[in-house]
Design a protein around this ligand. Structure first.
Ligand code: SAM
Length: 323
């Protein structure tokens, strides 16, 4: 049985935030002092997440992404990955990670054939990377990326949040990483998440501006959308390059019309949209008189809470809902 929202969009993807915790404090994403810790009992257990995935699969939701916080900092993530490997019916499994611990985990992740990685990296200059992430070591991420390339993961993406005055001098350097590496460098438009935000609007730079910058010295060839993992990106290739360059223009060209996802927070809220719309509490369903029907019903309710379009600005913070 397929699940469709009130605007006839079929839902087939679920993003799962496995933890709010992160080992970095990116200036635009997290307060310097960190966030209030949740108690362990308040976050979904791995078994509960698996139960939710199994329920989602019955609706034809076959594509899952683990995010956070930083998924690789949650204790026991290795055993969770192994649990996931045994779930039948998952067609696509991905993780968004900052890559700091990737070198340690890449081999385990590679055991799952369908596993794909999106590695967040906003600067390839050591000092700037440290500033943006408030202390991260660029070499940890670069070593992780090399390991992933060695292990021949498919469809690896490097996510670059484009920020005016911060990394706009590196767009071409990022783009040229694709010349000799089989990766997709993805420029993500910067979202000003809320009014008091760490993410302020004057950093915004549109995909078309990024394209113009890259095109000054490089010929960009537009590519047709690949079937897997293309999501909302427009994809190009520099002539002769091994890899590709993608642009996710959630701000300048919102893709709500084709939005096909729900999001699960680490505390068990099934959210209908990153920026607006309502949510359904799955944790209370799982922990009180649980029945498969009530979980299925919750999915249908969450899908129907999906707004036709988001407001463009949410009151959520990214580390809660997961990017
Ligand atoms: N810790 C993991 C990571 O760094 O990839 C996963 C969580 S992180 C919140 C997911 C993605 O959201 C990252 O690529 C991050 O750069 C992006 N992100 C956070 N705040 C953002 C914002 N205001 N605009 C655009 N992207 C944002």
């Amino acid at each position: 049985m397929a699940i469709t929202d009130s605007y006839f969009r079929q839902i087939n993807r679920l993003r799962i935030s496995v933890t709010e915790l992160c080992n970095l404090r990116c200036t635009y994403c997290r307060p310097e002092a960190g966030i209030a810790l949740m108690e362990h009992k308040d976050i979904l257990t791995y078994e509960e997440i698996i139960a939710i995935i199994q329920s989602a699969l019955k609706f034809g939701i076959t594509s899952f992404r683990l995010t956070g916080g930083e998924p690789l900092v949650r204790r026991g993530i290795e055993s969770f990955i192994r649990m996931l490997a045994k779930v039948e019916g998952i067609e696509d499994l991905a993780m968004t990670t900052n890559g700091i611990y990737l070198k340690d985990y890449a081999k385990i992740l590679r055991e799952i054939e369908v596993f794909r990685l999106n590695i967040s990296l906003d600067s390839i200059q050591e000092t700037k990377y440290k500033q943006i992430t408030r202390g991260g070591n660029l070499s940890d991420v670069l070593d992780g990326i090399e390991e992933v390339l060695q292990l021949r993961f498919k469809n690896t993406k490097i996510n670059v949040v484009a920020m005016k005055g911060i990394n706009d001098d590196e767009f071409e350097d990022f783009a040229r990483l694709t010349l000799e590496r089989d990766i997709e460098v993805r420029f993500i438009e910067y979202m000003a998440m809320n009014k008091s935000s760490l993410a302020s609007e004057n950093k915004f730079i549109s995909s078309s501006e990024i394209i113009s910058t890259i095109e000054k010295n490089n010929e960009l060839i537009p590519l047709p959308k690949p079937a897997l993992g293309s999501g909302a990106a427009r994809v190009y290739k520099i002539k002769g390059a091994l890899g590709t360059i993608g642009f996710v223009s959630a701000v300048s060209q919102p893709f709500c019309d084709s939005c096909n996802r729900l999001r699960l927070t680490s505390e068990g809220k099934l959210r209908s949209c990153l920026l607006s719309g309502g949510e359904v509490d799955l944790k209370s369903i799982l922990r009180n008189n649980f029945s498969e029907e009530s979980l299925q019903d919750a999915f249908i309710r969450a899908a129907h809470l999906k707004p036709r379009k988001h407001s463009g600005r949410g009151h959520v913070v990214m580390h809660k809902v997961g990017g």
